[in-house]
Design a protein around this ligand. Structure first.
Ligand SMILES: C[S@@+](CC[C@H](N)C(=O)[O-])C[C@H]1O[C@@H](n2cnc3c(N)ncnc32)[C@H](O)[C@@H]1O
Length: 405
């Protein structure tokens, strides 16, 4: 079987011809047991794309999946994993089947993919999530840790201060021999949880090609990054419009896609020729980022790797890197705040957080403040932080190096 191919046919027949133990990762988004024909009209309204999701009963659906899961389990490498996408229509069936084929001991996670979607009021709660079951073939499965930024509402002490367990096993802040808090090493962020807030493709998204139930590339990229490495082989046996294959291609993985619809195979091949991905600001910054910010951090910290800080008078952000194993604090002068007031608030924060290097971003000139002394060597007053960091050779854009004095 050729790598990087899109194959027309029933995935049961095709996977029977794949050698055992050669696939690193399988993602599948099969029909969900909605008992409908799923259809969408193309953007230019020239045709209707569809696939059939009608079944005699749930036994027929379960048998259909079971036979295919057995083949998928056989062709996975020992270090491989499978991610099965479903929703409330059949998640109870899917999970039992996966337990029986892959073993309950190989269940790793139930991922809840949540998104905002508005709909006409139907009696009951609005459904805003789908389920993705993650099973490994063995205990020895590939897993790459992913960290997310702290929520902007996280207390800054939790990010900066070292913690330890007390005699009752309770987590408390560690203190040194003088009773002072200990600043922890630069933390990577919060390990990714099993609830993923990734926007659904909006009807105008460039990435959207109107394939019924098309999934966002961002969702597939996350799965791929968690459970595979460069050069690995990824299979999507129900590839539809080829979203998994695009995500694999964009992330330097090899892929095989299968679909029983000629139209789907054609669309997938076309998309692979010209991959288009929608950039989601909500995904990269998080919804809370927009809700909580009173000042436009992006405007002043463009190009700088930072963690936003909320509910703190003296600090608006901290840099992701440290200086002499201590945090670098950022304060932005507010519209109705004098430079000297801002300076004093930052000084106070520096004392508590033990920072040795911090920045005050001046946003407007204020003549009265110039009469005061700005002689604290730990504070640099700057107008363009990004340019200053560049000239001071403080690393930007995701490098993990630390600056030593
Ligand atoms: C939910 S869609 C997949 C959508 C896809 N994840 C995307 O982002 O475009 C399910 C696909 O499974 C295909 N399919 C249904 N039965 C199949 C089978 N036995 N073998 C292969 N593909 C099948 C359908 O044609 C449909 O394209």
């Amino acid at each position: 079987m050729n790598k990087n191919s899109v194959i027309f046919g029933d995935c049961l027949d095709i996977t029977k011809n794949i050698d055992s133990g050669i696939i690193d990762l399988i993602y599948l988004d099969p029909p969900f047991f909605t008992n409908k024909i799923q259809k969408q009209t193309t953007k230019d309204r020239s045709k209707i794309l569809s696939f059939n999701d009608n079944w005699k009963n749930c036994d027929e659906y379960a048998d259909f999946l079971f036979l295919r899961f057995v083949e998928f389990q056989r062709i996975l490498k020992n270090t491989g994993s499978i991610f099965v996408h479903c929703d409330i229509n059949a998640n109870h069936i899917v999970r039992l089947l996966l337990d029986s084929v892959f073993g309950f001991q190989n269940f790793q996670s139930e991922i809840i993919w949540t998104y905002k979607r508005w709909s006409n009021s139907k009696k009951g709660l609005l459904r805003n999530h789908q389920n993705i079951y993650f099973y490994s073939k063995s205990k020895n499965f590939k897993f790459n840790f992913i960290y997310q930024d702290y929520s902007p509402a996280t207390n800054i002490d939790q990010i900066l201060q070292q913690r330890k367990r007390d005699e009752f096993g309770k987590s408390i802040y560690a203190k040194d021999s003088k009773g002072e808090v200990i600043i922890s090493e630069c933390k990577k962020g919060v390990p990714l949880s099993d609830v993923w807030d990734i926007p659904y493709l909006n009807p105008k998204a460039k990435e959207r090609i109107q394939y019924p139930t098309q999934k966002p590339i961002a969702l597939l990229e996350r799965i791929i990054k968690i459970a595979s490495s460069h050069g690995d082989l990824i299979l999507d046996p129900f590839c539809g419009s080829g979203t998994t294959l695009l995500a694999a291609k964009l992330n330097n993985r090899n892929f095989i896609g299968i679909d029983i619809s000629q139209e789907a195979v054609k669309i997938t091949k076309e998309r692979l020729e010209n991959p288009i991905k929608t950039h989601s600001v909500v995904l990269h910054k998080g919804r809370d980022y927009f809700l909580n910010q009173q000042i436009d951090l992006e405007k002043y910290l463009f190009g700088v790797e930072f963690i936003p800080v909320q509910r703190n008078n003296g600090i608006d952000a901290i840099l992701k890197q440290q200086f002499n194993n201590a945090p670098i604090l950022i304060k932005i002068q507010k519209e109705n705040e004098s430079l000297y007031d801002a300076y004093q608030k930052l000084q106070q924060a520096i004392k508590i957080k033990k920072s040795q290097k911090s920045f005050l971003i001046q946003t407007h000139s204020d003549v009265h403040s110039l009469l005061n002394n700005f002689d604290d060597h730990r504070i640099s007053i700057v107008k363009n932080l990004s340019a200053v960091l560049e000239s001071e050779k403080i690393f930007k854009n995701g490098t993990s190096s630390y600056l030593d004095s």
